[in-house]
Structure formats: structure tokens, C-alpha cells
Design a binder for this molecule. Structure first.
Ligand code: FAQ
Length: 330
């Protein structure tokens, strides 16, 4: 399988003096905190790791349009509808920057999309949960975009420069997304009815634990972390990012007036961090393995959208061909 192939493939053995020198220079650049550009020499395993991570990230943005997109026609006001439309469109844009960044590594967008549609490539576990109420849209902005930013800010310093550059713009937009989600929830909590406040609490109860899972498995079980940290692809570990997210989010929950659904969540003065309860990693792996509440629905929606868009792609190609021919004739 595509992902297994990426996981197990080892760097090609360095066979020639020239390659050994290229590898030495690559390692030195990484050790100096330098950046790698698309045309620079890089080990095959570094390239494959990046294609895996960036394409999965792109797929997450695209599949991530579906849960919130589900509420565009039912947004409570024109203002909220316009905001949600713009947000979902932004996520589509993020997917496109990321596919473009991954393409610089020599894998075509068609190959990446085929890997998603055939179930070989992953996308974030979080998008396999349903959006049951309008409050879910606010909670996705607050918690899901909040977790995404926490994970993505360090990626602005990723050693692969095209990915790092894409992340700078994406992070600016995600930070706005996070604030709009929090603002929508504040409105419901402060100016809403008891039923609306209960709706927010219910949404927080359902999204809290899946949001913590977004950061990936515990460090001890994260198969890619050691190598990705060595290469400066990942700058902060899964567990450290998760801890930073909990520390940032707990006071925001208090301000909002919601309870995070974890009886073990409390400030630990000695550690200078919040302690929190155990994560259900069986649930995480079930969802990653395709058995989450919406996995089949999400994939089917993407495949359907791709098939429905075939005529647009064909028309665009025909138009480009026509323009080329008339330019050549002129
Ligand atoms: N879901 O060894 P590690 C967003 C897989 S964007 C599914 O720790 P790694 C914006 C992992 O791929 C959200 N699978 O892996 C938005 C690997 O499997 P593989 C996406 C997961 O790569 C907001 C295996 O487990 N963000 O939300 C997950 O070093 C609102 C072992 O794991 C990114 O993709 C998971 N949660 O670390 C859009 C950020 N976690 O590939 C719409 C970039 C792990 O061997 C609305 N990616 N796995 O088959 C990363 O930072 C990393 O890839 C991690 C995983 C941290 C996700």
C-alpha cells in the first residue's frame, strides 16, 4: 500500500563518492537549521516522508471542508453564513497550496488524489466525526482550528522551504478561523438561551477528545517522529504539542463558561502544566483505520465530487489546448 510503502522505504544506500558528498552537505545544512529547496539534492526517504506528510495534510484540508460545509445552508444569520462560506473556501485554498508544495517533490496531484480516493492515503482523524448542531461549527473553529494552529506554527520552520512558506499563509488564516469559532460560541454562551448554551456544552463534550487525538499517537508510539525531528520536518513532538494545546485551551474554556469533559484536568503547579486524563487510543486507531463514525461517508463524498467535476477538468484542458493552438497559429 502507498502509506506502508512510505513507512518502510529506507533511504537509498549512498553508493558513490559524489552521493556521499551530497548527503554530507544535506546533513550539514539540516544541522545548521538551514532550508532545503525543491531543486536541492535530498535523500529519497526525506522526499517520501515529506510527500506522505504534506499530501495527508492537503487531504485533511479538503476532507475538512465537509463537516462545516454541511452547515452552510443552515447558518443562523447571513453574517454567519458569509463567514462560514469564506472559511470553508479558505480550507480548500489551503489544500491547494499544500498539493502544490507536495508536487514540487515530484508526485503529481492526480497520484495524491488517487491515493486518497482508493483509501491508501490518510487524512486527519478529526474529520470523521459528524457535525450535529450549529454549535459544532463554532467548536470546530475553536478546538479543531486551535489544534491545527498549534501543530502548524512549528511547520512554518519546517526544513523543506516550499512547505514552510505555504504554512506561513495557512497559519495566518487558521488563526482567524480559530477566533471566529470562539466568537460564535461566545455569542451563544453570553447572549443565547439555556438551550443554546446546552448545545455548546454538548458539542464541546463530543469534540474535546478527538481534538486531542489530532496531534497523533503518543511520542513513544509515533513511528515517524524521531526521523522527522532529526530532519527538522517536525520541530515539536506530538505529546508536547498536545500539552501546549491543553494549557492554552483550559483558560479559554473557563472564559467561555463551558466544562471540558475531563474530570482529571487540573493545573499542576509543580509541572507548570495542566494534567489531563487518558486518551482512548483504541478509538483513535479505529478512526484512523477507517472505522470512525463518518469515514465511509467522507470518502464517498470526495469521490463523488471528483467524478462530478470531471467535465470541468476536461473543459479546462480543452480550453488550454485551444488557446495553445491559436497562439501557435498566430
Ligand atoms: N489522523 O508517527 P506519527 C486542519 C498517522 S489540518 C490520522 O506520529 P507523523 C485544518 C500518521 O499519518 C489537520 N492519522 O506520524 C482544518 C502515521 O501513519 P502513516 C491535519 C494520523 O506524520 C481545520 C501514523 O499515524 N494536519 O485541521 C493522525 O510523524 C478545520 C503514525 O503517526 C496535518 O496534517 C491523525 N490525527 O505525525 C481544516 C499537519 N496522527 O502516515 C478544516 C501536518 C497520526 O505512517 C477545518 N502533519 N496519524 O500511514 C503532521 O504534523 C503530522 O503528520 C502528524 C502525525 C502530527 C499529524
Amino acid at each position: 500500500m502507498y502509506t506502508q510503502l512510505m513507512q518502510t522505504e529506507k533511504a537509498k544506500p549512498v553508493t558513490t563518492v559524489e552521493e556521499a558528498e551530497l548527503k554530507r552537505r544535506f546533513d550539514a545544512r539540516i544541522d545548521d537549521g538551514g532550508f532545503v529547496e525543491a531543486k536541492d539534492w535530498m535523500p529519497e526517504h526525506y522526499r517520501k516522508t515529506l510527500v506522505r506528510q504534506i499530501s495527508q495534510h492537503a487531504h485533511s484540508e479538503i476532507v475538512g471542508m465537509l463537516p462545516e460545509g454541511n452547515w452552510i445552508t443552515r447558518a443562523p444569520t447571513l453574517k454567519r453564513k458569509a463567514i462560514l462560506l469564506a472559511k470553508v473556501q479558505d480550507e480548500g485554498g489551503h489544500g491547494l497550496y499544500l498539493y502544490a508544495a507536495a508536487e514540487t517533490l515530484g508526485t503529481s496531484r492526480d497520484q495524491m488524489i488517487d491515493a486518497l480516493h482508493s483509501g491508501k492515503a490518510k487524512y486527519s482523524s478529526i474529520f470523521n466525526y459528524p457535525t450535529l448542531s450549529w454549535a459544532d461549527v463554532g467548536v470546530i473553529g475553536w478546538l479543531v482550528d486551535g489544534a491545527a494552529i498549534m501543530n502548524q506554527v512549528p511547520l512554518c520552520r519546517c526544513s523543506y522551504a516550499p512547505y514552510a512558506r505555504a504554512m506561513v499563509r495557512i497559519c495566518r488564516e487558521e488563526s482567524f478561523h480559530q477566533r471566529q469559532g470562539y466568537d460564535a460560541l461566545l455569542t451563544m454562551m453570553r447572549d443565547g438561551t439555556d438551550a443554546q448554551r446546552a448545545m455548546v456544552q454538548d458539542a464541546v463534550n463530543r469534540w474535546w477528545w478527538p481534538s486531542l487525538m489530532m496531534f497523533g499517537p503518543p511520542d513513544a508510539e509515533s513511528v515517524h517522529s524521531a526521523q522527522s525531528m532529526r530532519w527538522g520536518i517536525k520541530r515539536i513532538s506530538n505529546d508536547d504539542l498536545r500539552q501546549k494545546f491543553v494549557d492554552a485551551t483550559a483558560p479559554q474554556a473557563q472564559l467561555l463558561g463551558v466544562t471540558l469533559p475531563d474530570p482529571l484536568l487540573q493545573w499542576n503547579e509543580a509541572r507548570g502544566h495542566h494534567d489531563f486524563g487518558p486518551i482512548d487510543w483504541d478509538e483513535f486507531w479505529r478512526v484512523v483505520g477507517g472505522e470512525g463514525p463518518c469515514n465511509r461517508e467522507r470518502l464517498a463524498a470526495r469521490v463523488q465530487a471528483w467524478d462530478d467535476g470531471a467535465w470541468v477538468r476536461e473543459a479546462a484542458l480543452a480550453h488550454a489546448r485551444k488557446q495553445r493552438t491559436s497562439k501557435e497559429a498566430a
